[in-house]
Write a protein that binds this ligand. Structure first.
Ligand code: PHE
Length: 477
């Protein structure tokens, strides 16, 4: 990190791209995307997800990077400053607030799943998966997430790694590590796709992931009472579409201040438009490959596609247990997944840390430890809400879904704070920041700028507005 007057910067464009791809590619791609696609009914979910990534998410990446670079402060500080420069209401800083608070909530459960990957790396190395069948794989996972001691240890181990790196400054050794490890994860995913393709049910996977069935996406079964009262068996609902929208933001690290914070470390010479496309393409490729690696095994072994957050942990160990050198591949896979998770979790801790640092003037190490430990403690609730763990009986109803504590945190951030944050960010850059200032900041060609401007001015707010409007209408009117 080269020292600048008030704020540090990336050492090169490549370092920035790697850090941003590192932030984007993580548990969202390999843990969350496949199980959400499974629950969302497959192809139609994937298709809508990809449309959101390219028409809403990528323009939003551009918007957040440019806001961060203009503001040169934490998300809250940057939003405040830009609103002031543009002579607009200070209320716009709420976008920053929602990001910082959201990031704090997400890291609290992200670290729990990060801990699972560490534990699974150890299990793979010890040969736990050798010859494992579907049922044992399932029991192994549920047994593990239900253990109050093991889950606590792995969660805090993961958080400690995150704190350590954030305390040192994101750019330190991490820049170098990421350039080697991210490509390694990519390579091992390719091997897994090929292996599962040959040994699992590849044809069914392709059909499931790429043959869209919009009925599954857009219609939900009605409740028994409603049907008894003479309503049809299914009803039109945009709940799953909202899920896909939130997931596209989650996967691209949007609306939680992470990308804005990384943008604030950018120098003027970096081309934001091109970078955004690279980040989105790499991120989507990894998500699709994760799906292609996991579902052939899911289908071949009759696992439940809608089985939820344990999908990757219950499917891939079966493959590792049978393939040649499974111990090596299994250990590498979960190890690299842990690395991918760490490069994302540091970008989640970064927005709260950069804000508190700015506000208090404490040194970075002190802030990183304080915020990390606080988020870690909040995360214990998530860890203990899983399987048959101590708090697993607590279920909270959110818009008709019975969710555990981890589910509630995910729902609040993924389905509410992130889409709304994205909508207001789009409105802000599209309608409230002077057009000329955006043009100068982005330095895009005229034509590209016009496309981008149209997407953030009209497409994003309208699409998000319609999805939200429908859900509010369904639930509250
Ligand atoms: N994009 C990360 C992932 O897919 C998670 C993340 C979300 C990171 C939001 C930062 C901000 O795993």
């Amino acid at each position: 990190m080269a020292g600048a007057a008030q704020h540090a910067h990336w050492s090169s464009r490549w370092a920035f791209i790697m850090a941003a791809v590192g932030s984007a590619v993580g548990l969202g791609n390999i843990w969350k995307f496949p199980y959400e696609a499974g629950e969302g009914g497959g192809g139609a979910f994937v298709m809508v997800y990809l449309l959101f990534v390219f028409f809403i998410g990528t323009p939003m990446l551009v918007a957040e990077l440019s806001l961060g670079r203009r503001g040169q402060l934490s998300p809250i500080g940057s939003m405040k400053k830009i609103a002031q420069d543009e002579k607009k209401s200070h209320w716009w800083s709420l976008i920053g607030w929602s990001g910082v608070v959201g990031a704090f909530i997400v890291i609290s459960f992200y670290s729990v799943v990060g801990g699972w990957t560490l534990a699974y790396m150890a299990k793979a190395a010890m040969g736990t998966f050798s010859g494992i069948d579907a049922e044992t794989a399932q029991n192994t996972f549920v047994g593990y997430i239900s253990d109050p001691v093991k889950t606590l240890v792995s969660h805090f181990a993961f958080m400690a790694i995150t704190i350590f790196i954030v305390a040192k400054g994101v750019q330190g050794g991490l820049e170098k590590a990421v350039t080697v490890l991210m490509p390694a994860l990519f390579a091992i995913l390719i091997i897994l796709v090929i292996y599962s393709g040959f040994t699992g049910d590849f044809a069914k996977t392709i059909d499931f992931l790429f043959n869209p069935d919009f009925d599954k996406l857009l219609f939900k079964p009605n409740t028994a009472e409603a049907i008894a009262a003479g309503e049809p068996a299914t009803r039109f609902s945009l709940d799953t579409v909202l899920q896909a929208l939130g997931q596209s933001f989650f996967s691209l690290s949007l609306a939680l201040g992470s990308i804005m914070t990384y943008g604030s470390y950018l120098t003027k010479d970096v081309k934001i438009g091109k970078s955004a496309v690279t980040i989105a393409a790499a991120d989507s490729a990894v998500a699709l490959m994760a799906g292609l690696a996991i579902f052939p095994i899911v289908f071949a072994y009759g696992l439940d596609v809608a089985g939820g957050g344990g999908l990757v942990f219950m499917s891939l160990p079966i493959a590792f247990g049978q393939m040649p050198f499974g111990i090596v591949f299994g250990t590498l896979f979960f190890g690299l997944l842990a690395v991918a998770a760490v490069t994302s979790s540091i970008s989640l801790l970064e927005p709260p840390v950069s804000y508190v640092e700015e506000k208090t003037g404490w040194n970075r190490r002190k802030v990183a430890v304080t915020m990390g430990v606080a988020a870690g403690l909040l995360g214990v609730l998530s860890a203990y809400s899983q399987g048959t763990n101590l708090l697993s009986d607590i279920k909270i109803n959110m818009l008709g879904l019975e969710l555990d504590i981890m589910g509630v945190k995910d729902f609040l951030t993924n389905n509410i704070m992130m889409p709304l944050g994205g909508m207001f960010t789009a409105l802000f850059v599209g309608w409230f920041v002077t057009r000329k200032n955006m043009m100068d900041e982005l330095a895009l060609s005229d034509k590209t700028f016009r496309i981008w401007y149209f997407l953030v001015r009209f497409v994003s707010p309208t699409a998000i507005g319609i999805i939200f409007g429908k859900i509010i209408f369904d639930n509250f009117i």
